[in-house]
Design a protein around this ligand. Structure first.
Ligand code: MN
Ligand code: MN
Length: 340
């Protein structure tokens, strides 16, 4: 009996890029069985040339700045897998964002070092800027919330952005255990660095007891509109949408979505869960309320698959990412989609 040889000729050597290209030639990803092939975000093509895409989904598998339970470094891979479940046409608007925009998977940030947050953050900023420099918009998939700061830096916007921040936590705390760059601090640093305009910032879903009010105080003192969960309950999601749109006004806006804004009943797979959060329905309704807001970038962060035994948190994060893609499509082309 002949054994298969281990030897390969150069003709037999197949690169990952070739495999992906062959897959794309073989069939239309939107009609092929969704469980097949190498998982990219939403079964989109893997981007080789950022300049030829309108929008890139970029994985940021980094959780070196958490103050408690790690695990969000596994977020991008699990969300890619869960996103294979997603389809194209929006149930409410009938928009197919993949027809409106050329969307692709930008791959993961290639980290050189991960044990120093400030060094890892430079890798993130650099990778994001390779897309923003050629005019390709991005949605970052985290990763812990510290990644939002280098993403904002990498966008290299000419003016401080408005901010819609959905989270259980304000993430405006200062130094913690010797670092100013934890996942509890990105928006404080973003204000200090002139990346975000606090007066055009709204924080939605804030809750949970704290050992100090420092972060909450920083947000209010700099003029951010903080919608604690009890106020969200009082004014309802429609009231929240109206207030958020009033606060961010007309200019460009970054949308940052921490999955712990949801109740742990819906999103258990996260490092710092807080009881009493949004339902999945409320979160999706909230996002749909931001149609037409000019988004300069967005992210979904803090999905920690080790705490997500059923995969429900990753599936929800994939749906949030899809809604963000639709918002981006509508922001770039207001005529896309139908009424509703
Ligand atoms: Mn956060
Ligand atoms: Mn949070």
């Amino acid at each position: 009996m002949e054994c298969p040889s281990d030897e390969t000729t150069s003709e037999d050597t197949v690169t990952l890029e070739q495999i992906v290209t062959d897959q794309q030639k073989k069939h239309d990803a939107m009609s092929a069985p969704r469980y097949m092939d190498i998982a990219t975000f939403m079964r989109l093509p893997l981007i080789a040339d950022p300049a030829s895409y309108d929008l890139a989904l970029i994985g940021v598998p980094y959780d070196g700045a958490v103050t408690n339970r790690p695990g969000a470094r596994h977020g991008p891979r699990e969300i890619r897998s869960a996103s294979s479940m997603m389809r194209a046409i929006h149930p409410l608007t009938r928009l197919n964002p993949y027809e409106a925009l050329k969307v692709g998977d930008g791959g993961d940030v290639p980290f050189k070092e991960v044990y120093e947050p400030e060094v890892a953050h430079r890798d993130i900023e650099h990778f994001i800027s390779t897309f923003s420099a050629v005019g390709t918009q991005i949605i970052a998939i985290g990763g812990d919330h510290s990644i939002t700061l280098p993403v904002l830096r990498g966008l290299k916007c000419s003016e401080p952005l408005g901010l819609i921040h959905v989270d259980a936590h304000t993430d405006t705390w200062d130094e913690f255990m010797g670092s100013r760059y934890t996942h509890g601090a990105p928006f404080r640093r973003a204000v200090e660095e002139g990346l975000v305009n606090p007066k055009r910032t709204v924080q939605i879903g804030i809750r949970g007891a704290q050992n100090s009010t420092e972060g909450w105080d920083y947000s209010s003192e700099t003029g951010m509109r903080v919608l604690f969960m009890h106020e969200v309950e009082q004014i309802g999601i429609e009231g929240v949408i109206e207030e958020a749109r009033r606060v961010v006004g007309e200019g460009p806006v970054y949308l940052s979505f921490d999955i712990d804004s949801l109740d742990p009943a819906y999103a258990p797979g996260t490092g710092t869960p807080e009881a009493g959060g949004l339902t999945s329905r409320e979160a999706l309704k909230l996002l749909r309320g931001f149609r037409g807001v000019p988004l300069a970038g967005a992210d979904v962060v803090e999905v920690a698959p080790p705490f997500d035994p059923t995969g429900s948190t990753s599936a929800l994060a994939a749906t949030v990412a899809y809604e963000l893609i639709c918002l981006m499509a509508e922001a770039l082309d207001p005529n896309s989609g139908e009424g509703a």
